[in-house]
Structure formats: C-alpha cells, structure tokens
Ligand binder design. Structure first.
Ligand code: ADP
Length: 707
C-alpha cells in the first residue's frame, strides 16, 4: 500500500497484524492526513482488538470451507462404500442410507428417507428394532450376525450379514440416533461352511465300510448344505444307474423317486455326458441350458419329471476309484446361477473324499473275501498252496498237508523246493494262467516225495502276490489205471494159456499122420475139457464181477447147511490136488443152519480154497474150519503159503488187484476172486477179512448170520 500512502500523504499511520490461533493471516493498516490527527497507544490497542476479531472471523470462514469440503468427501465415500451404511433417528426412521445399504434393502436410497424400519424391511423389523432401541437407550454399540433365509423354494440361497450398530451423539452427548455398518458375508460364510463340510464329510464317509451307505451319506450331507438336490449314479457297461438321491423338499424328493434309475448311453453317447461319466471330467452348468437338458434327455431323462424337480443350476462330478471312473454325482439348485466355480471345487473335493471312503470299503470287502476264501481253503478237498515270487510258500491248506504229508507250520515261510525237492522237476510242467485269463487246464504230473510218488492233477493262477496252485491227488487213480492195464495183460495171459492148450490138443487130435493111442486121445480130450472149463471160469468171473459192480446180482437168501456145503467143496478140490498140498476140513458136528445163498456161498468157499492152494506153491496144509460164534457162523481158510504183507490186506479185496501181477512166482489169476468173495459176503450180511504175514501163510475168514 506504500504508493497509496505516499499519495494520501498521511500525517499519521498505523499497522496491526491479523493473528488467529497464533498464525498471522495478514495486516490491517490505517492512515490519517487532513484531520491532523495522530494515532496514539489507545488507537493501537483498539485496532489490535478489532484485528483479533477480524482474524477469528477470517479463520472461521476458512475452516468452514475446509470442513464443507471434507464433509462432501466423506459423503462420497459413504455413498460409494462397499459396505452398507445408514443412519436412523430416535423414531427409527431412515435419515440417510448409502447405495450399498439401499441395494441390500432393494429400494433406491431416496425412498428410504423418512420411512420406518418396518416400512422398508418388514420381514426383519421385528428382529432389528430391539437392537436399535437397546443402542439408543444404553449408548452401547452392538455387533450382530444376521441371516436371511432363502425360503422354501430356494433354501440353498441363504444370505448372511454382519452388522454393527452404534449410537450417534451430539457434542453435548445427547443420543440422537443410530448408525449402522452392514456387511454381506455370504461368500465368507459359504467358504467357512465348505471347510467345515469337508472336514465333517471326510469323517462321516470313512466311518462306513458299506459302499451304498457311503453314497447315501454323501447325498444326505450335500443336501441342503450345498445343494437342493443330489443324485449319485454308478457307471455301468454303457450307462449309469442311480444308487442314491436326496432333495431338500420332501415333495420334490418323491418326484425324484418316480424318475427312472437306469440311463443308457445307447449308440448316441452324448459327448457332453460321456466326458463326465467315462472321461472323469467335472461339469458346471451355472444355469441349466437346453444343451445339457437335451443331452440328459437322450440318455433317458424324463423331461417333465425333471422340470417338476426344478433344478436350474447343476454340477456334475465324477467319482473314481483306483484310477477308474466309478460313477457320477449330480448337484442341483432351484436357483438359477446358484452354482459357481467355488461350488464345483467343493463338489469335486467331496467326491474325492467319498471315493477314498469307497476305495477303503472295497479294500475291506476284498480283505474280508480273502479271509473267507482262506477259511474256505481250510475245508476244500483240493490241495491249494500259494508260492510268492521267491518261491516261498505263503499258504498251505490242510488238503495239501494231507497229500504231501507235510504240516502247514513246517512248510509256510520256507522255499517249496527246500521241503519238496521233487517240485523242481515238475514246476515248469504245471500250466499257469494269468489272473484275467481262463483258468489253465490241469496237468497230471508226478511229484517225487521222500518215500513215495505223488501224482497230482495241478494248475496254477498268477496273482500279484505270486502263484496259487490247486491240485487233486491222482495217485489212487494212477494206481487203478495201472491195475487196469495190468489186468488186461494178466487176463490176456490167463485166456491165452488155456486157449493154447486147447488149440494144441485139438490140432494133435486132428492129425491123421500120427497114430494116437486111446489113452493119448482121452488125455487130449481131457485137456480140452478142463482148459475149456478154466476158460469158462475166467469169463464167468469177469462177468460176475461186472454184474456185482453194477449191482444186478440177485442173492437168494435161504436156510443153508454150512457143513454139507463145506464137505462138497473140500471133496471137489481134493479130487485134483497139486503135489505137496494137503486139504483138511475141521468142524464140529450138529452145526446150526445159516442164512445164505447156498450157490454163492459155495463160490466163496471154492475161491478161498483155490487161492489157498494156488498161493502155496511149495505145498503145505490147507484147512477149512467152521466155528459157530454167537449169532453167526465163522468160516476160515488157512494155508502155509506165500502170505500177504499187512499193507495189502485191504487192497487184495479190490477188483483186479494182484500182489504179483508180473507172475514172478508163476501164479496166475485175474485179481477178481477176492473182490467177488467180498461182494457176495456183503450181500449175505456178512464180513470178510484176512490175517497174514509174508512167508507165514494166510487165514481168510468170513462170518455169516445164522438162520
Ligand atoms: P487172483 O486171481 O490174483 O488170485 P484174487 O482176488 O483171488 O485174485 O486175489 C488177489 C490177490 O490176493 C492175489 O493176486 C494174491 O496176490 C493175493 N492172495 C489171495 N489169496 C491169497 C493167499 N491165500 N495167499 C497169498 N496171497 C493171496
């Protein structure tokens, strides 16, 4: 202002600073010329006071502008804040709401002002009002969590809120209303719920060992916590079959029950679903499209029933077990757009846990089946053993123990070739099938044991754990076969000898060039007739044995005189005894009659007496003795001949069985005689046995009931 002052040419001049709250804002200057007045200390003091007021006023104006600016800023923040913010007066009428809260309430912000809670959110007013009042009355803030129910139609669409209510005061401390900050925490809550659900599900699933029960639990857990509807299907050859389902609404669950449970992929095999069921890929249909529904329809979905169940958002996740797709789980929600990526991940995770539980269940089933199989092996007549890849015996059933004569504890855990060295020679001959291939045809192989030979009809199957061998003991059958072939050679020998004699005699008789005396002619004819008789007897024995075999022999039981029969037999045999043999009959007089078929009894006695003579090549005494015992008559035929080892005492009664098929002692026979004896005696309600030692002769004894 200096130029101005010079122009004015003041006679007196005064400057005071404008100071507000310790800060200098500027100056105030005063000047005077014409009046000739001179400013004094009073003027300075007065001006300082005025300047002080001016400074405060200016400062206030500045603060006021600034405050206005920051309030505007605050308001923008409030309006666009991502959380709901609102203010209510003491009558709980809306004073101010921001956009977020207005959106939550579903009304434009301006339509809130002046309205009561009850008018804006009628459903919630009852629950909210008490809290507002408590804040108003006590002045203490409240934090509250609130959920809105999705309702019966969309139970999966619950939303969750976290609100804090605080009192609004004037500077004097008077409460003039309530402010609230309201945050939607649905996503966070869902994330929490998912974690909790997964933890629970893992435990719930694995607490069952039954596959169907596990699936039923999956369906129950999923509904209603993440879905309104759930179906579980297992993959079949070319389709799927439903094993569990559930709906939050019992009425809709009844409709689900009506839906078919089998779906076939047919020849169309919609790629969309094939990917899920056979390709193991999860599929999310946030809002169900015609493409998905159409694909479902091609595999047999009933569109009308499906519409009544009302799923509008769906998830498809496969189950797998040991790398193989086992089936598929579908989740449905009544709310279109309800499912998102997070739900898909959750469903996959649930399916994974269920798969683990199913895997475990299958494993346990398998173990149980194995335990049962192992138990069954204890009882089967077939021998079974398992060799691991090292050739060590891991399983050895009782039948195997019996056949090899080796007990389980002596074999299991050891190398088979160490306990049965003969196995080495045959192992490569045994056919072994793979686990999937048809079982191998058993091969008959001889296994050399320490003291004998074992003929086994055996085959193996290869498993992960090794090879399981199953076998039957054919030693007996082998022996029988040998006996049969021996029989053929003995019988042909037995037949050939008399035939040769007859042939020789007949040829001699026919010759005209050699004159024969009457005696010689008689002798030749005698040979022909006796050898013909021998032939007839052999043929008769063979026929009788085969008739006994097929049980077509009639036995005519009657009262018979045992002594008379015995006398006849001894007389007949005595007529042509070989040299060195003596034949005697011992019996008390007055024997009671017996109950027998006289002809058959005679045949038994003849057989036994003939054997006694036949098997006494060095001669000796042959005795036939009759002894009455209580209720029975005992017949014994005793010789001093070759004798029979104890091990053969039962076998000699078997058909075709001969001790010496190679005729080393030159004694021929068919091996049928004792078989015929045993069968006849049995049919006459009697029994027969032998007592004998090699070199010490034999005693054949049989008993028949008294008449
Ligand atoms: P075979 O026609 O061979 O005599 P058997 O059935 O009568 O047939 O007898 C079976 C076998 O029993 C005979 O091969 C023989 O080895 C033995 N055997 C039978 N009787 C006697 C006996 N008295 N002494 C010794 N061995 C006998």
């Amino acid at each position: 202002h200096l130029d101005l002052y010079h122009a004015l040419d003041p006679s007196s001049y005064l400057v005071v600073p404008l100071v507000a709250r310790g800060r200098t804002l500027g100056t105030v200057s005063l000047g005077t010329g014409e009046s000739g007045r001179h400013y004094g200390p009073d003027d300075v003091a007065f001006m300082q006071a005025v300047a002080g007021r001016i400074a405060v006023a200016v400062e206030n104006a500045r603060l006021y502008t600034e405050a206005g600016e920051s309030l505007a800023l605050l308001d923008t923040l409030l309006v666009s804040a991502p959380v709901g913010i609102g203010f209510w007066d003491r009558e709980l009428r809306f004073v101010r709401v921001n956009d977020a809260l207005a959106a939550i309430n579903g009304l434009p912000p301006e339509e809130h002002v002046g309205k009561t809670l009850a008018e804006v959110v009628p459903g919630l007013a009852d629950r909210l009002e008490p809290m507002y009042r408590s804040v108003l009355e006590t002045g203490v803030p409240l934090v509250h969590q609130e959920s809105t129910d999705g309702g019966e139609i969309a139970p999966g669409s619950d939303r969750h809120w976290l609100s804090s209510y605080y009192p609004v005061h004037t500077e004097s401390g008077e409460t003039i209303g309530v402010g609230a900050v309201i945050m939607e925490i649905t996503d966070r809550k869902r994330a929490d719920d998912r974690l909790r659900l997964l933890a629970e599900a893992g435990e719930l699933f694995s607490s069952s060992l039954d596959r169907d029960e596990i699936f039923a639990r999956v369906a129950r857990v999923v509904v209603p916590r993440i879905a309104d509807a759930c179906n579980i299907f297992l993959a079949e050859d070319n389709g799927i079959v439903r094993v569990a389902y559930s709906h939050v609404d019992p009425e809709r669950e009844r409709i689900m029950a009506e839906m078919p449970s089998r779906y076939s992929f047919g020849r169309t095999r919609p790629a969309l679903l094939e990917q899920v069921v056979f390709g193991g890929q999860a599929m999310l249909a946030p809002t169900l499209t015609e493409e998905v529904v159409g694909a479902l329809e091609t595999i047999g979905l009933d569109r009308e029933l499906f519409a009544r169940v009302g799923s509008r958002s769906m998830i498809f996740v496969p189950f797998s077990s040991r790398g193989r797709t086992l089936g598929v789980m579908t989740l449905g929600s009544l709310v279109p757009g309800r499912f998102g990526e997070a739900d898909l991940e959750l469903a996959k995770e649930l399916a994974r846990r269920a798969s683990i539980a199913v895997d475990n269940a299958l494993l346990v089933d398998e173990l149980q089946a194995r335990a049962q199989a192992a138990q069954a092996l204890q009882f089967v007549a077939d021998g079974v053993f398992l060799l691991d890849s090292e050739g060590i015996v891991r399983l050895w059933n009782p039948a195997a123990a019996a056949m090899f004569g080796l007990l389980e504890p002596d074999v299991v855990g050891r190398r088979l070739t160490d306990v049965v060295p003969g196995w080495l020679d045959v192992e490569s001959l045994v056919p072994v099938a793979g686990p999937a291939s048809r079982s191998a045809r058993a091969e008959t192989v001889p296994v050399e044991l320490e003291d004998r030979e074992l003929w086994l009809s055996i085959s193996g199957v290869r498993f992960e754990e090794g090879i399981v061998y199953a076998f039957r003991d054919l030693t007996e059958e082998r022996a029988l076969e040998r006996i049969k072939s021996d029989f053929v050679s003995t019988v042909s020998h037995e037949l050939r000898t008399p035939l040769a004699a007859i042939y020789g005699a007949a040829m001699t008789l026919r010759r005209s060039d050699v004159p024969l005396s009457d005696d010689q002619r008689e002798g030749m004819l005698g040979v022909v007739s006796s050898e013909a008789e021998r032939l007839a007897r052999i043929v008769n024995d063979i026929l009788l044995a085969s008739r006994l075999d097929s049980d077509v022999v009639d036995v005519a039981i009657d009262s018979a005189d045992a002594l008379a029969l015995a006398k006849q037999v001894v007389a007949a045999a005595g007529a042509h005894l070989p040299p060195g043999i003596e034949l005697a009959l011992r019996a008390p007089e007055d024997l009671p009659p017996i109950s027998a078929d006289a002809d058959k009894l005679r045949q038994v006695l003849v057989n036994l007496v003939e054997n006694a003579i036949k098997y006494s090549p060095d001669g000796g005494l042959v005795e036939l003795e009759l002894t009455p015992v209580p209720g029975r008559m005992r017949f014994s035929v005793r010789d001093r001949g070759l004798g029979i080892p104890a091990s053969e005492h039962t076998r000699i009664f078997e058909k075709f069985y001969r001790l010496d098929p190679d005729l080393t002692r030159g004694v021929g026979g068919t091996g049928l005689g004792l078989y015929i004896c045993r069968e006849i005696v049995r049919r006459m309600e009697g029994r027969i046995w032998v007592e004998s030692r090699p070199g010490a002769g034999s005693t054949f004894t049989f008993e028949l009931p008294l008449a």
